[in-house]
Design a protein around this ligand. Structure first.
Ligand code: SAM
Ligand code: SF4
Length: 321
């Protein structure tokens, strides 16, 4: 962990934000169909168009050599990609990578938690609760600390479960982050504007029972954290793309499983890195140059408007949420 990028070798966008965090979506497929994320029937990227695990590792290495210190492997469901452990092992060995983390629905953790830990994965975020209790237990048994549950809250669907989720997190010593639903892709199951349940509403629900103390703690992302007076282990986070825009401090970019480098979650600005590495195999300088140049088109921020028609057609599973 001794390599530090020199100043000319770090990624800074034209608004002065340093990009030191890469999220890699290794697949857009998933064994679940969370209604805020996907439709029941989806068209997935044909396998031939996916970046190979070697290509993903190479791009990861290029980013780390350009000063990126944190990589999150996500999806779709990252742990359903065949042989994905190989990618974790490759990334886990990169000098200069300080944090290797993953977001998973947890379904494969009973099988893979111990191997992920051995590959050098530092932390796990687990997003779906009902089917994954065994996965959470497996991750804890493998020695993961600071496991975080992500919960997207939808009004009249699960907003009455907020306190139960926090009780569960406390009982297991987990952190929990509540996320406002983002309008990515069309979903037929609900109207996203009607389902909007703000972070402030969630906080009010919790404050009926708990005392929440704001902290300045950060996990390097947009979540704002609170502690509970009587339960010092559990942090409550809020990711509020609608009510508390976080674009000013954005430090991340996303790589889709097809090799498209997305510069913003809520905009379509992107660069085709698959084209770069396939047209010039092994040319690390060209790859890095393309990544550096991409910083110039990182947009200022997202502009989600729940009352208008969705403008982003890609779903969260292909975004690398
Ligand atoms: N399958 C893994 C999982 O569910 O944790 C990783 C990928 S998933 C797309 C990453 C995160 O995005 C999850 O925490 C999920 O709850 C969240 N998510 C999915 N769709 C969302 C949406 N429309 N708005 C906000 N968060 C969303
Ligand atoms: Fe799958 Fe994660 Fe999307 Fe749920 S949120 S459908 S688990 S990719």
């Amino acid at each position: 962990m001794s390599v530090t990028a020199t100043n000319s070798d770090i990624l800074i966008d034209k608004f002065g934000r340093t990009v030191n965090y890469l999220r890699i979506s290794v697949t857009d497929r998933c064994d679940f169909r969370c209604i805020y994320c996907m439709e029941e029937e989806m068209n997935f990227v044909p396998r031939a168009q996916l970046l190979t695990l070697e290509e993903l590792s190479l791009i990861g290495r290029a980013f780390v050599e350009l000063g990126v210190s944190k990589i999150r492997v996500t999806g779709g469901e990252p742990l359903v990609r065949r042989n994905v452990l190989q990618l974790f092992q490759n990334l886990g060995q990169l000098p200069g990578l300080e944090e290797l983390v993953t977001t998973t629905n947890g379904s494969q953790l009973p099988l893979l938690a111990a191997d992920l830990k051995a590959a050098g994965v530092d932390r796990i975020n687990i997003s779906d609760l009902s089917k994954v209790l065994a996965g959470i237990d497996a991750a804890q048994a493998a020695g993961f600390e600071k496991i975080k549950i992500n919960a997207v809250i939808l009004k009249n669907r699960n907003h009455n479960e907020i306190v139960d989720l926090v009780r569960f997190a406390i009982s297991k010593g987990l952190d929990i982050t509540f996320i406002e639903e983002m309008p990515l892709g069309h979903v037929g199951t609900h109207d996203r504007a009607e389902a909007y349940y703000s972070s402030d509403a969630i906080r009010r629900d919790l404050e009926a029972i708990y005392t929440l103390i704001p902290t300045t703690e950060s996990t390097g992302g947009p979540a704002r954290y609170y502690k509970l007076t009587d339960h010092s282990d559990t942090r409550i986070g809020f990711i509020s793309p609608h009510s508390h825009n976080f674009c000013e401090t954005c430090n991340r970019v996303r790589l889709t499983c097809e090799g498209r480098l997305l510069l913003c979650l809520g905009q379509e600005h992107s660069v085709d890195l698959r084209h770069v590495i396939r047209s010039h195999p092994g040319d690390m300088d060209r790859l890095k140059q393309a990544i550096r140049a991409a910083m110039d088109i990182k947009p200022k921020g997202h502009e989600f408007d729940l009352s208008a028609k969705p403008v982003i057609f890609r779903h969260m599973n292909s975004t690398g949420g």
